[in-house]
Design a protein around this ligand. Structure first.
Ligand SMILES: [Zn+2]
Length: 108
C-alpha cells in the first residue's frame, strides 16, 4: 500500500484507474479545418454551460471538434490537470480496493 501511494505522488499512476467526473466537462476545442485551438478560452468548463457557437471555429467558420468527457484516467488527471481547476462538484475514482468519492468543493 505504501508503494502504491508513493507511485501516485510521483506521477506514475497506474493507467487502469478511471476517474469519473460528476458531470461532463469540455477538455478541448479545436477546429477540424484550420486547426485553431480554442481550448484556452473554452476548456475546463462545464459542458452544460456552453452553447452551440462553441462548435463553430471563430477563425474560419468550420466545424470545431469539442472534446467533452465525463471520465479520464488517473494518469491523465495527474499528468495534465494536476493544478487545474476542473469545475465539477466531485469525482469518483474506481480502484482495485473500491470506489472513492472525492469532493472538489466546486459549486455545482
Ligand atoms: Zn478554423
Amino acid at each position: 500500500m505504501l508503494d502504491r501511494c508513493s507511485s501516485l505522488s510521483s506521477g506514475a499512476a497506474p493507467k487502469s484507474i478511471t476517474v469519473r467526473l460528476s458531470e461532463p466537462v469540455i477538455f478541448g476545442v479545436r477546429c477540424s479545418h484550420c486547426g485553431y485551438d480554442d481550448t484556452a478560452q473554452h476548456g475546463l468548463r462545464k459542458a452544460r454551460d456552453q452553447d452551440s457557437r462553441l462548435r463553430t471555429c471563430p477563425v474560419c467558420g468550420s466545424d470545431a471538434i469539442v472534446d467533452v468527457r465525463d471520465e479520464l484516467t488517473l494518469t491523465e488527471l495527474v499528468r495534465d490537470y494536476r493544478s487545474a481547476a476542473i469545475p465539477v462538484g466531485y469525482i469518483l475514482v474506481d480502484a482495485a480496493f473500491g470506489t472513492m468519492a472525492l469532493d472538489l468543493g466546486s459549486k455545482a
